[in-house]
Design a protein around this ligand. Structure first.
Ligand code: ACO
Length: 321
């Protein structure tokens, strides 16, 4: 029995902000951002929330899969930017779509969140606990950005992507590889609400995402090819058997470097970061949905997925579509 993706969906905020728009409000330029990152624009939420985008992405994925809310057993949302500490975003999705039978919870594995959630669902489906799951990656990163830090805020965007997965006899996931390195975690961090109990004289001010970009770059370009090699081998395949590599959309230079290290042509690496920026846990499912909508995914194709980022965490998988 395998775990198969049977439908995808995504939702981006209505407001598009180009690099030129950003250069009107901070000391940056389209040339600096696009040459270093490949990002040309991103969607930033105004009225949308992490939950509202998750709900819309979920509805689209369920429609694409031909699945009703009654059939959903499990909902997992990967996010670092849920609207509430509680209820979980997944519980808001459950309520909105009316998936009354579903068990719902969120996980935090930053940019690997969707991939970690897929792996959890895979385990449940493999042991027969659940049959059909809704897996979502969703972020409103713009609310946790320091908009006075031009080296970080220009990289990120908002959005949500979803996939419906189901136990299947034939096609589906062939292998997973997950890892974490908490020792290096502070190279990409965001402090939560700090303690303000009566014993604290001066509560700390709210803090935002902080990143050591060069350290993150070094981590990604070594760990991602290693993880992909491992998972492809475990699937009993060679790099040349993979039709597409759907990677977390952090930075075009990371993707180009991974392609070079794997000795694979760059056109096997579809891109959404040019129009979305980096949307952390939502990057991989949004990219998958765009590939699906464009008709790139054909039955029998072998697709490698990889998420990597905060924690530090990474997660790769190979599937047969
Ligand atoms: N516009 C104009 N100039 C800028 C900007 C900006 N938005 N941001 C920084 N600069 C300036 C800096 O002030 C610095 O100027 P100085 O030399 O006068 O001091 C100069 O550009 C170089 O700054 P660096 O931070 O050293 O820039 P770097 O060349 O490292 O590029 C980048 C930054 C693109 C983030 C790079 O480190 C990188 O590719 N990192 C990969 C990690 C990544 O993409 N992370 C995304 C999130 S993590 C994840 O999803 C896994």
């Amino acid at each position: 029995m395998k775990t198969r993706i049977i439908g995808t969906g995504s939702c981006l905020p209505a407001n598009v902000v180009t690099n030129d728009d950003l250069s009107q409000i901070m000391d940056t330029s389209d040339e600096w951002i696009s040459s270093r990152t490949g990002i040309r624009k991103r969607h930033l939420a105004k009225d949308e929330t992490t939950a509202s985008m998750s709900i819309e992405a979920a509805r689209r994925a369920m429609e694409n899969a031909g699945v009703t809310a009654e059939e959903i057993d499990l909902i997992i949302v990967g996010t670092v930017s849920a609207d509430y500490i509680t209820p979980a975003c997944s519980c808001e999705v459950q309520a909105a779509i009316g998936a009354e039978r579903a068990v719902a919870f969120d996980i935090n594995a930053a940019c690997s969140g969707f991939m970690f959630a897929l792996h959890i669902a895979n385990a449940y489906l493999q042991c027969g606990t659940y049959q059909t799951a809704l897996i979502i990656g969703a972020e409103t990163l713009s609310k946790i950005m320091d908009w006075s830090d031009r080296s970080t805020c220009v990289l990120f965007g908002d959005g949500a992507g979803a996939a419906v997965v189901r136990a299947d006899e034939k096609a589906g996931f062939l292998a997973f590889d997950l890892g974490s390195d908490g020792v290096k975690g502070r190279v990409l961090s965001g402090v939560n609400r700090t303690n303000n109990n009566p014993l604290i004289q001066t509560p700390k001010e709210l803090q935002y995402i902080h990143m050591d970009g060069q350290e993150v770059y070094k981590f990604a370009v070594t760990m991602v090819p290693a993880s992909l090699h491992k998972v492809i081998e475990e699937a009993g395949l060679g790099v040349e058997d993979i039709d597409y590599f759907a990677l977390h959309q952090a930075n075009i230079r990371i993707i180009q470097s991974v392609a070079k290290r794997l000795k694979v042509a760059e056109d096997k690496f579809p891109i959404s970061l040019d129009h979305c920026g980096n949307i952390s846990a939502a990057s991989v499912p949004i990219l998958l949905d765009e590939m699906n909508q464009r008709g790139l995914l054909k039955p029998g194709m072998k697709i490698a997925l990889s998420g990597f980022g905060g924690g530090l965490t990474w997660a790769s998988a190979v599937l047969e579509w």
